[in-house]
Ligand binder design. Sequence first.
Ligand code: AMP
Ligand code: TRP
Length: 333
Amino acid sequence: MEEKKVIFSGIQPSGTITLGNYLGAVKNWVELQDEYNCLYSVVDMHSITVRQNPAELRKRCVEFLCMFMACGLDPEKNIMYFQSHVSAHAELAWVLNCYTYMGELSRMTQFKDKSAKHSDNINAGLFTYPVLMAADILLYQTDLVPVGVDQKQHIEITRDIASRFNALYGDVFKIPEPYIPKVGAKIMSLTEPTKKMSKSDPNPKGFISLMDDSTAIAKKIKGAVTDSDGRICRGEGKEGIENLMNILSSTTGESIESIEERFAGRGYGEFKSEVAEAVVECLRPVKARYDEYIKDKAYVESVYKKGAEQASRIAYKTLNKVYKKVGFVPRAR
Ligand code: AMP
Ligand code: TRP
């Protein structure tokens, strides 16, 4: 029998999981759990590249893990863990730092954006962030990395670093491919539909949190910025409507063409009500499951303990190979 392919993805425990994260990332992960060997990490080490409140970070990490499970990721089928619990991530990142150029890191758009946003704290971790991400992925001999389009550049640099290392030392790393969904790959802000929906948006009207109640969801969608053209279709200047069509399509599975057809000649009010209802229905079971998990501390602990153990076993195989290749003396047994 052919070995199952490996999938790795990570999510930063910052802000709150949004509809964008769900439709652009986590929902797709659920669909992959039977066909692949999947690892999903709450990447706490990445999140300290910007200042965090320690108590809040700790709380959010657990909330994110519960959210993964609430979204349908089964801990029996997937390896789920906190990045800081598997020290091989930091160890491989150090080695890969020595095989990554300043020039390539300074071209990363996420670095440019984040350093503009946090100009008082442009730390080295923010700069080498993609190297830690490359380590995350390469440790597990990953085939596919499901992410939103915004992360494509980081997958490309991961491939470059891996190929460079392999060219020097032979086939140490599998070269990963990005896995980007067709619809819902980029959900935009409800208030500024030319910007992506972000969990760090200071204006909560711009995003839908998986924690929002149905009234809040409906209110945010009804208030979503659109245009004055009045037609429900794609096109220039129609980013707001297009985004709502994408949301409807991703939550119900209906094609964009069918939505355009069905809503021809109908008004924005009616359309928005339907989008709101679709989102509420889509998130209802997620919320119910989340409320159960977050109360069950012992179970959640058992999930991340087992996850870290399973991940470590795989990760250290790769790390040992790397240490040997670069010329470190093997540990005495
Ligand atoms: P982040 O929120 O930046 O930590 O992203 C976590 C995952 O969700 C990544 O795979 C992102 O590409 C994806 N993601 C974040 N925001 C969106 C969005 N608005 N639309 C689609 N995918 C997103
Ligand atoms: N950088 C990713 C983001 O901001 C999160 C991340 C960290 C990640 N390590 C990863 C995603 C490895 C995929 C694979 O969304």
